[in-house]
Design a protein around this ligand. Structure first.
Ligand code: GLU
Length: 552
């Protein structure tokens, strides 16, 4: 192994990749890339109950979508490989056992047989006596024979690390600087659990060393864990990597940005609207009751998404795939996430990955918490969307529609015009389809809601928009050809002759008639996209609808 930079991203696949994790991955990746180093992906799946293959696969896809490819790790598309694997912790038990034996041999690891209940009692007692709980090393009092007898009996046990009494608990973090805690704050922590798996602390230390990791970049929630890691490294004779701990990410309201935000949004909605049972077909009644019985009972992501859909609630985007589904460009998300704690200086904010790789360094990471500013991200996305050539916008929108809006992907030869008509106005790909849902609806299924702007356009004024529609429909029906030019000219002459020259007086009622809402792409594009038959049919249905529904 060379002494080049080797970074790793080490997610626990217990959910989707959230923005905090994605930021860590991007920093590790850019740091290694900029130094011709190696970026490793390692899956920390020692928590067997909470890890899932589906989540692991989701992580691969999210990283891949962001363009964060890994040199070593599980194989996926063009990423992965390497000769210091396996890169799944659950497959590395032999390695952990080998290292554990070293500690046992030199008396630095020991069996402890207390049950969880016994430990809880000790914790309670400490609380009652107003002192911090530390494991009391009671297991060290057992004689070798007692330990052997317990093992022979098959008593469940954990293995603890015997933190040397003179351990120095201090290190220099690349972001935070010198950090230190008194020796008394660290007790003999568990390194092997009762299920035979190593704890995160033990596995991470063994893996980082055996994989030759030189730089550990991770979230600040691991800062205090690092003291455990450095004492283990000393005991096992491993080199200490450089550490850089990243600040937390906050919502603009000052709360911590977390995957619980979706759950919070749903709870607030259900409470506000006094919804007592789950809408049909999204979650079971028992699951619903369980969810509402305690804030700790979080819905799974899929359940939360389906409940949100059924209730018509939009959930905050938290995970990478939320932003993908919302129609953000991956390069924009990557750019924006980088700014949550790092900047290249000189007021430069918008950059691509080549720039990032060239300029990224640990010493420009700041320690203050970052705020996730959705408006800024959206503004970045708009800029990037507009900077795309029309061909690029069209092909990327098509790709997105294939995944998230297949009815639009099926527009076929109308797709290029649909894309062109929406390019300028769309902040995200989802924007493009949201104001164009009329395009994929059946003529017979379109309905109208009498909102204020709809009433204004159709029913108000001396000459109402509705009263003009029959004549406009007739003239549109008689056009020799159905092009932007002929349609625009027809509407202009209708406006001239029927509405005192006001184009909006004609165009807006037509738009509402064919789109069902006052927002759609430019009117010429809208009608060309719909085709003549649909246009006329919809105008006629709209006239009939308002004649029978309104007292106008
Ligand atoms: N698996 C840990 C997590 O997902 C990260 C461990 C680390 O980076 O040291 O939080």
């Amino acid at each position: 192994m060379t002494n080049k930079v080797r970074t790793r991203f080490a997610p626990s696949p217990t959910g989707h990749l959230h923005v905090g994790g994605a930021r860590t991955a991007i920093y590790c990746w850019a740091y290694a890339r900029g130094r011709e180093g190696t970026f490793i992906l390692r899956i920390e799946d020692t928590d067997q109950k909470r890890s899932s293959e589906q989540a692991t696969f989701g992580f691969f896809e999210d990283l891949n979508w962001l363009g964060v490819n890994w040199d070593e790790g599980p194989e996926f598309q063009s990423s992965g490989g390497g000769d210091v694997g396996p890169y799944f912790q659950a497959q590395r038990l032999d390695e952990y056992n080998t290292q554990l034996n070293k500690l046992i041999e030199c008396g630095l690891a020991y069996y402890a047989f207390e049950t969880p209940d016994e430990l809880n009692e000790k914790r309670k007692l400490a609380r009652a006596e107003k002192r911090a709980y530390r494991y009391d090393r009671a297991a060290l009092e057992l004689t070798e024979e007692q330990v052997q007898a317990n093992l022979d009996e098959g008593k469940p046990y954990v293995i603890r690390f015997k933190v040397p009494d003179d351990a120095i608990l201090a290190f220099t973090d690349e972001v935070i600087g010198d950090v230190e805690i008194p020796r008394s704050e660290l007790d003999d922590f568990v390194i092997f659990k009762a299920d035979g798996f190593p704890t995160y602390h033990f596995a991470v230390v063994v893996d980082d060393a055996l994989m030759g990791v030189t730089d550990v970049v991770r979230g600040q929630e691991h800062l205090n864990n690092t003291f455990k890691h450095i004492v283990l490294q000393e005991a096992l004779g491993f080199e200490r990597p450089r550490y850089a701990h990243l600040s937390l990410i906050f919502n603009p309201d000052g709360s911590k940005m977390s995957k619980r935000d979706k759950d919070k949004t749903l709870r607030a909605y259900v409470k506000e609207h006094q919804i007592e049972s789950p809408p049909d077909g999204c979650i079971e009644h028992a699951e619903w009751d369980n969810w509402l019985s305690s804030k700790d009972n979080q819905l799974q992501t899929d359940e939360a998404n389906s409940l949100a859909k059924a209730l018509g609630v939009s959930l905050p985007e938290i995970n990478v795939d939320d932003f993908k589904a919302a129609g953000y460009l991956p390069e924009v998300l990557m750019n924006y996430l980088c700014l949550l704690g790092w900047s290249p200086g000189d007021d430069i904010e918008q950059f691509d990955s080549a720039f990032l790789i060239e300029h990224f360094s640990l010493d420009r990471i700041v320690k203050s918490p970052a705020k996730f500013d959705r408006a800024k991200l959206l503004a970045f996305n708009l800029d990037a969307m507009q900077a795309l050539s029309s061909e690029a916008f069209e092909s990327r929108l098509l790709e997105w529609c294939h995944e998230y809006a297949p009815a639009f992907a099926a527009l076929g030869e109308r797709f290029p015009l649909f894309a062109k008509a929406n390019h300028e106005r769309s902040k995200t790909f989802r924007d493009a389809i949201e104001t164009s849902s009329f395009l994929v609806e059946d003529d017979e299924a379109l309905t109208w809601v009498e909102t204020k702007p709809v009433k204004k356009a159709l029913l108000k004024g001396e000459v109402t928009g509705l009263s003009l529609l029959p004549e406009v429909a007739q003239r549109l029906g008689e056009l020799a050809d159905w092009t932007h030019e002929s349609i625009d000219a027809c509407l202009a002459s209708c406006a001239e002759e029927l509405a005192g020259g006001k184009l909006g007086k004609v165009a807006q009622p037509v738009r509402i008639a064919v789109a069902g809402s006052p927002v759609s792409p430019p009117i010429g594009d809208t009608l060309v996209l719909l085709g003549r038959d649909s246009t006329i049919k919809r105008i006629e249905r709209c006239i009939a609808f308002f004649m029978s529904h309104c007292d106008a």
